[in-house]
Design a protein around this ligand. Structure first.
Ligand SMILES: Cc1cc2nc3c(=O)[nH]c(=O)nc-3n(C[C@H](O)[C@H](O)[C@H](O)COP(=O)(O)OP(=O)(O)OC[C@H]3O[C@@H](n4cnc5c(N)ncnc54)[C@H](O)[C@@H]3O)c2cc1C
Length: 298
């Protein structure tokens, strides 16, 4: 089957792109394995008209909007490989092969948490990374900041907007900038540099952090440093230019160095944002992609 566009990823970036492609009457296939980054959370905030919505409900509503357009098909599958032969993209899942004129990567980010045994039992329920998404719900609680390196002080400052009861855990990183140490000391913020043995709590709600020296520090929530990248195996057959941080190089229309291959949402930014940012970007890039097709066909 030949499509005008195949969208890989059905998060807000991919689905809002699909909505626009549907309205532009372009034959569109969304292939989505349905593992969005926010699947670990209960509620999502900061999207006008959708504030406090469950991520699963948001996605169901987004898919229903897209399903109104007959040119758009949604397939739940994992994309294993993309190739480009002449002007055609060949997109393979485990079971099927599809061809397309353009491809949009809207896969979000691959995300990794700090190395702490039971981190995933709490991430998304009482441990977060984004103050703008979850700071309000964690306001005035005793918050652990599991961070190290240059961004540590930045995160402390951001979280001071939400709570005055902060404590820093570097999880084994002993080197802290002297200037940062002085500021934290002056603010009365304790710093624990011992590695974290485990997190204490029940049903996703953290109540303490146990260090390897068996000391337990009581906390009511945490914000942790996460790592993100876009090194997806399915892109290996394409030589896409990236910058020194691994971010895809794109032109202002979101097109990568491979003609016809575009990227939108967090995958484009190589950095975590919010649903609204990804949705807006997906919509904008879809329009740029359609303009290219229309120009060529006119
Ligand atoms: C703990 C947590 C809390 C958050 N809270 C909020 C909040 O309160 N408010 C807010 O606005 N944002 C929040 N976010 C951020 C929000 O989840 C992201 O900004 C948003 O999901 C990014 O949208 P996206 O479309 O770029 O990527 P995603 O939503 O991650 O969607 C990408 C999709 O692509 C699919 N995919 C990836 N690879 C493949 C492949 N090879 N084949 C097929 N499909 C593939 C994935 O399975 C996924 O369905 C939170 C995130 C986390 C982790």
């Amino acid at each position: 089957m030949y499509y005008d566009v195949i969208i890989i990823g059905g998060g807000p970036a991919g689905l809002n792109a699909a909505l626009n492609f549907g309205r532009g009457m372009k034959r569109t296939l969304i292939i989505d394995e349905d593992k969005p980054r926010n699947r670990v959370t209960q509620l999502s905030h900061g999207f006008l008209t959708q504030d406090g919505i469950k991520p699963t409900v948001f996605k169901r509503k987004a898919k229903a909007d897209v399903a109104k357009y007959k040119d758009v098909t949604y397939l739940e599958a994992h994309v294993k490989q993309i190739e480009k032969i002449d002007k055609t993209f060949i997109v393979r899942t485990q079971a099927q092969t599809f061809n397309a004129r353009q491809v949009l990567i809207a896969t979000g980010l691959r995300e990794y948490g700090p190395y702490i045994t039971n981190f995933n039992d709490f991430y998304g329920q009482s441990i977060f990374y984004c103050p703008w998404c979850d700071g309000y719900e964690m306001r005035n609680k005793k918050l652990a900041i599991i961070f190290s390196g240059e961004s540590l002080l930045h995160m402390v400052k951001l979280l001071s907007n939400f709570s005055q009861d902060l404590v820093v855990f570097t999880n084994g990183e002993k080197e802290i900038l002297e200037a940062d140490k002085t500021i934290l000391n002056n603010k009365g913020i304790n710093i624990y540099t011992e590695p974290i043995a485990q997190l204490i709590g029940n049903n996703g709600y953290i109540s303490g952090i146990e260090l390897i020296d068996e000391q337990i520090i009581a906390v009511e929530g945490a914000f942790a440093k996460m790592q993100w990248n876009t090194q997806f195996d399915f892109l290996n057959q394409l030589s896409i230019t990236r910058d020194e941080d691994g971010k895809f190089e794109t032109n202002i229309y979101g097109e990568t160095s491979v003609e016809g291959l575009y990227v939108a949402g967090e995958a484009k930014n190589n950095f975590a944002g919010q649903l609204l940012d990804s949705a807006a970007d997906g919509g904008m890039i879809a329009k740029m992609m359609m303009m290219k097709q229309i120009e060529e066909d006119f």
